[in-house]
Design a binder for this molecule. Structure first.
Ligand SMILES: [Zn+2]
Length: 352
């Protein structure tokens, strides 16, 4: 693989910690100290990415990238475990990011980080300590979009991010909505919940599962990840958003993308401001009720939001202030519930 010129100074740096070395445990996740990379101002400058082009803020871009690079698979038995080649694949994911293919397979970066931050605020001390230990000190928000990058590496994981419940349906049918795609967010989330809580499985498997749980609870609460109108969850519905046919990333707006990023970014709040806004009036006594329900219940709530709000667009497909005012409370409610429910899931798994 020929590395883009831009990346060469980094390639050497990243290659070091993941070269096969004796004595590493197979279930060990090693974290490279990417925070210190790039080392010079000059390198930093050259690696900054215009947000308009990539749809990432500079810091977000580096954070994404760091997250992918940080997860290196142990390599003592690289041959049988595929460790080194796996790392190379992860590196390839980073290359894709640099090459300008920002993943947008759920709430965008901001949405996932908001969900993770809300959850972090509701963790018990015991659960937070165990989560931090599994993530080797990384924050929930820091790993919240790892699954989207992993999807570029393993395309078989693509169906894990959504469940195609038809808009005409009122129930979840495993065969119709999940199995025909070879998996879905409902089953995969429950699977990863079990794995992350299983103390008999390896640390790396548990950490991997935890990162997916953080992400998939978010995806499950994006209404268009739980509904389909034969349009790939609104991906094929071209729209104009506040007079713009293209997103800031230069990609034509579609209904799904408006829900992933457009509605959240249009609010004009920072991630922390958004979290404060959502949690400002939260009463502790109401939290257990908001956290209640099964994965299927949550998927059906999202499906209902898609049918009654997301898909209720004008015939000319022009989405402006009227649509925004109508659906923004649903966006906020979904983000808040996702955060609280993620906290509930993590407390249940780790506070014991
Ligand atoms: Zn996703």
């Amino acid at each position: 693989m020929t590395l883009p010129l831009l990346m060469r100074p980094f390639a050497t740096e990243f290659a070091k910690p993941v070269c096969p070395k004796p004595g590493l445990e197979n279930d060990e996740i090693r974290m490279t100290n990417v925070e210190r990379i790039p080392k010079s101002e000059d390198q930093m400058e050259r690696h900054q990415v215009p947000s308009g082009r990539f749809g990432f803020r500079d810091s977000g871009f580096l954070r994404h990238w760091s997250c992918v690079i940080r997860i290196s698979v142990p390599v003592r038995s690289a041959a049988q475990a595929g460790g080194f080649s796996r790392w190379l694949s992860l590196f390839a994911v980073a290359m894709l990011c640099v090459a300008g293919a920002p993943p947008a397979f759920g709430w965008g970066e901001t949405g996932h980080r908001i969900v993770a931050r809300i959850a972090d605020g509701q963790l018990t001390e015991r659960a937070r300590a165990k989560v931090r230990l599994l993530l080797r000190g990384n924050s929930l928000e820091g790993v919240s979009v790892f699954a989207d990058h992993y999807r570029l590496l393993d395309t078989n994981s693509a169906p894990w991010h959504f469940v195609d419940i038809p808009v005409s349906a009122t129930n979840y049918d495993r065969q119709r909505d999940c199995q025909r795609h070879g998996g879905c967010v409902v089953e995969q989330l429950d699977h990863f919940k079990r794995v992350m809580a299983d103390t008999h499985t390896s640390v790396s498997n548990r950490a991997f599962a935890l990162m997916f749980v953080v992400h998939l609870v978010g995806d499950l609460h994006q209404p268009l990840h739980c509904a389909d109108n034969n349009d790939r969850g609104g991906n094929e519905v071209k729209v104009v958003f506040f007079g713009e046919t293209n997103s800031p990333a230069g990609i034509p707006w579609n209904l799904h993308a408006v829900w992933d990023t457009g509605l959240i970014e249009h609010r004009g709040l920072s991630e922390i401001q958004y979290v404060r806004k959502l949690t400002a009036r939260l009463k502790p006594e109401t939290i257990p009720a908001l956290q209640a329900g099964t994965t299927i219940d949550w998927a059906l709530q999202s499906h209902s939001n898609a049918v009654h709000f997301a898909y209720q667009i004008p015939a000319n497909h022009e989405l402006g202030a009227v649509y925004y005012r109508k659906v923004s409370p649903v966006v906020d409610d979904s983000l808040l519930k996702a955060g609280l429910r993620l906290a509930g899931v993590l407390n249940e798994a780790f506070d014991r």
